[in-house]
Ligand binder design. Structure first.
Ligand code: NAI
Length: 427
């Protein structure tokens, strides 16, 4: 099939790595009631029998519980990372032990190995793809179009992946159906908002050992992620400044009480800069030139293009590793600007990163598992293109979670349901 080595062929002490990986997965699973419920259902009913699932995701403990859930549902799963720095090798090795799972994900690989592992996943000839950032969909369409006919569909985890897929769809180039898992309420209102907010701030604090209190924190982008980051930074007594390009989002941030201004003005004020835009060149040379000595620069967007590190390197007269995960760039005038996690998404790629809290990933991955089941059961009903996950599936995931939390809520009476659906009722 492929001679690309699995993680088990690459780690030094496989037995120890697997033990540690399983320990991390056990902890995650204990706090993932949605996936636990779906895993039991999948194991009993084998809805994914005969499917081959190719995945490119952040390979750490929570993702591993999703991967096991799919494999226990009868699928053969091949997985690799979606970022060279976010893989936990021990978890990858533990996954690779499962009879239905092959893992190629390895931490710290170069570009050649990163794309080699994606090709290795594709060599399993997936019938379903699960992406975080659209790498598999792109590689299949560009290099292996002959596989498309046998692909039932795909599921995409993140905003940037969904943007890329929609662009591809608009150009008429997307040749199989893909669910925009990111866009479901159960995913983006929790994962992007609370997950990115909490885990980005936690990782920056742990990587630097510095406090948020009293800091001027510049948040670039006031979408779901930016909203969460701004709220949580403000909750930790930071002064938040927001930069935006979309007038309604800028107004929303203003009405929320944050200072809103262009990046080039914020550059003079900020102690910490965190980009959450999914766009490129959000912080550039003109901004670096105005920043104070000692500022922190971090990114939570999907790709490492938000802080222009090429321009920063050109300006720098010297560079050094100030701490693990913190690269200091010294300017000609002596100012030092510190970049965290190489400008890659800080909550997943910094040396101690654990990604989002377990609870929110349980929701996101619950939607992923339900979307994959839907593709197997009803895939033929979906044309090529980007599709919303059916609302009923999203509700199902919310209901499992509320049940697990012991939270009860009201139901519409038949009269209320009829009233809500009727246009004849007025004052
Ligand atoms: P979104 O589309 O809701 O928000 C992005 C915001 O950035 C928009 O309001 C847009 O107007 C603004 N923006 C675009 N260019 C800008 C610029 N040059 N300056 C200032 N603002 C600009 O997207 P969402 O869901 O907040 O995701 C943002 C990024 O974070 C994406 O790349 C997504 O894939 C990624 N993401 C990362 C996660 C993580 O774990 N770190 C989790 C979820 C998403």
């Amino acid at each position: 099939m492929t001679d690309y080595p699995t993680i088990s062929e690459r780690v030094d002490d496989l037995a120890t790595a697997r033990t540690e990986g399983h320990r991390k997965m056990d902890w995650a699973r204990e706090h993932m009631p949605i996936l636990t419920a779906l895993q039991a259902e999948f194991e009993a009913e084998q809805p994914l029998a005969d499917q081959r699932i190719g995945m490119a995701m952040h390979v750490e403990a929570k993702t591993a519980v999703l991967v096991e859930t799919l494999a226990d549902g009868g699928a053969e799963v091949a997985i690799t990372g979606c970022n060279p720095l976010s893989t936990h090798d021990d978890v990858s090795a533990a996954l690779d032990e499962h009879p239905n799972i092959t893992s190629y994900a390895e931490h710290g690989v170069d570009d050649e190995a990163y794309y080699g592992a994606i090709e290795a996943v594709i060599a399993h000839e997936p019938t379903i793809t699960v992406d975080d950032g659209m790498d598999l969909v792109a590689a299949i369409h560009e290099d292996y179009p002959e596989l498309i006919d046998s692909i039932v569909g795909g599921a995409e985890e993140t905003t940037t992946g969904v943007h890329r897929l929609r662009a591809m769809d608009e150009d008429g180039e997307l040749k199989y159906p893909v669910f925009a898992v990111n866009d479901t309420p159960m995913k983006r209102l929790f994962d992007n908002v609370h997950g990115t907010g909490e885990s980005s701030l936690a990782n920056i604090a742990m990587t630097t050992n510095l406090s948020w209190a009293g800091k001027d924190v510049v948040v670039a982008g006031y979408g779901d992620c930016g909203r969460g980051v701004a709220k949580k930074a403000s909750g930790q007594n930071a002064n938040v400044v927001v930069t935006e390009v979309e007038p309604r989002r800028a107004l929303e941030a203003h009405m929320e009480g944050y200072d809103v201004m262009p990046m080039n003005e914020a550059a003079e004020i900020g102690d910490v800069f965190l980009t959450t835009t999914g766009n490129r060149d959000v912080i550039t040379r003109e901004d670096f030139e105005k920043m104070d000595d000692g500022v922190l620069l971090a990114n939570a967007g999907h790709f490492d293009v938000e802080v222009n590190l090429d321009q920063l390197s050109e300006l720098a007269v010297d560079q050094r590793e100030a701490r693990d995960g913190v690269r200091e760039y010294e300017m000609a005038d002596g100012r030092r600007l510190n970049v965290l996690a190489e400008g890659r998404l800080v909550n997943l790629a910094s040396p101690i990163a654990l990604g989002h809290p377990v609870e929110v990933m349980d929701q996101s991955f619950g939607v992923q598992a339900a979307a994959v089941r839907e593709l197997v059961e009803n895939g033929k009903a979906y044309d090529a293109g980007v599709h919303d996950v059916p609302d009923g599936l999203d509700r199902e995931i919310a209901e499992i979670k509320l049940d697990a939390e012991g939270v009860e809520y009201d139901e519409l009476t038949p009269e209320q349901a009829e009233y809500m659906d009727s246009w004849q009722h007025g004052t």
